[in-house]
Structure formats: C-alpha cells, structure tokens
Design a protein around this ligand. Sequence first.
Ligand code: SER
Length: 312
Amino acid sequence: MRKERILIVGANGQIGSVLTVALRNIYGQENVVASDIRIPQEISNSDPFELLDILDAQQLVRIIRKYQITQIYHLAAILSAKGELDPRHAWDININGLFNVLEASREYKLKLFFPSTIAVFGGDTPKHNAPQNTPLHPETVYGISKAAGENWCQYYHQKFGVDVRSLRYPGIIGYESMPGGGTTDYAVEIFHYAVKNEPYTCFLKADTRLPMLYMPDAIRATLEIMETPAEKITVRNSYNLAGMSFTPAELTAEIQKHYPDFTVNYVPDFRQGIAESWAESIDDSLARTDWGWKHDYDLVGMTSDMIAHLAV
Ligand code: SER
C-alpha cells in the first residue's frame, strides 16, 4: 500500500481547519500538508504549511511535487452570500481553482475530494427530501459554480479516470471554527451570542427551514467517503448528504432550554432569498446505501454539544 501524502487546499477555513487536525491524527502530522491563501492565525502546530493561491497552478504543482502528494482535499471556495457580492471573482475561484486541482489530479494521479453543497438546488427542486437526481437550477453564483464543478468532477472521472469523490454539504455547524460568507452562518453565530448572554439578530426569518449537519458528522462523512472502495462509489458528481433540518425559531427554542433568557430578533436581509431557493430537507439514501452513511447528531444533541464546548 502506498503511503498517503495529503494536501488540503483552503486549510484555514471552517471545515479545513477541523479536517486538517482529523487527517493528521490518522495519517500523521508530517503527511498532511495544509495550504491556504493566508498564513494561519495560529502559527504553532500548523506545519507543514504552504501559502497557495489556488489560481496559481504552478505553485500547486510545486507543492504536489515537493511533498509527493497522493490526495487533495480541495476546500477553497467563495460561499453563497459572499459570492453574490462579486460573482465574477466567485466564479473565478470556484471554477478555475477547481480546474487547476482537476488537472493536477489527472497528471499526478491523485485521489480528490471536492465539496459541493445544497446550493446546487434551486426554487424548482422539491422542498422536502430533495432527490439525488433532480434538475439543478441554482440561483446563486456559488450554486452555479458548484453544480458546474460537480459535472467537471464527473467528466474527469469518466474521461481520465480521476478518483474524485464529492458530498453536497448542508450548512455545517461547529464550535472550533467560524463560517465565512454563507447563508447558513447564522446557525453557528447564534451560539456565540447565546453563551455570552447577548441577544442575537438573525438575518433569516424565524420559519426558514434549512438542512444542517454537525461538524463531527461532516468530518466523518468526508473521511468515510474517501476510504470507501472505489467500486462502491456509484455517484461521481456529488452525493446528497443530510443530518438534520431546522428553522431559526426551532434552534432558538432548543438553545433556550439551556439559556432561558436568550432572545433573538429577526431582520432578514438578501440571504433570505438565497435560503428560500434551497430545499428544506435532503434525501441522502444513496449515500446511506452505497457507503453506509449514518449521521449521529440531531438538533438536541448538536445544541447541547455546541454549548458544552463554547460555554465559558
Ligand atoms: N453553508 C453554505 C452556504 O451557506 C451552503 O453550502 O453558503
């Protein structure tokens, strides 16, 4: 068995920072190279680390050769809300960055993880239990780029045999890191206010139901799909993935079981329109059948675990 040498692109991000630690625990610190466009805030314990703008294909190849990389987790992307503020930049990062990674994966025969999203769905997707296979008419530049990205991944698999695996992540909630620029970000921010006994102003309406996943489940799903024997992976664009679905009002009520005085007021902004274009719940039965996906955390378990870690 060849020794795995892993490159994480976007290692400082919400998922990347947690996944880097998880992968280092499995493969060894020196075998997991973190990279990002910025130096990490916590310099200590960050090695090996390389600065990488994913639009710089030459630097990507230099890193792959330097460390004899065998797998890439390509997490760098501009998310749904931020993408709407500068669509051309979001398209550039999300698509041309992926191209660089796909080309390198083809040339150096790398196994690749590509995160997709519930943002690939659009207003015409069934709201409940959005199917694995359904027409994709995304309504954000982020969703458009990820839907195109999924298809490019499938193309590189079919045409060049690239072993690429992908998940359509719901909103990810974790205590270790903050999200940046997404529509589901409220579900992390709200906890940071609750534990400080400060009121929270939510940018979505109280009854906006969205699919969510707790970070430990998201990390485990990522590790599991990458470990699954290739012949079991029947989806090479991206697997639907689900854990729980809730509204801001339901999350608030759950937090109030721990902090009865906690209050939320609702001031919806442009992110409300984005949220309303997404499905409320996801049918992930193919992930469950193909590679045994099973989530651990529901709203109750996630909320108490978040508070246990964040409460001072
Ligand atoms: N959490 C993401 C976002 O809100 C969805 O993939 O943009």
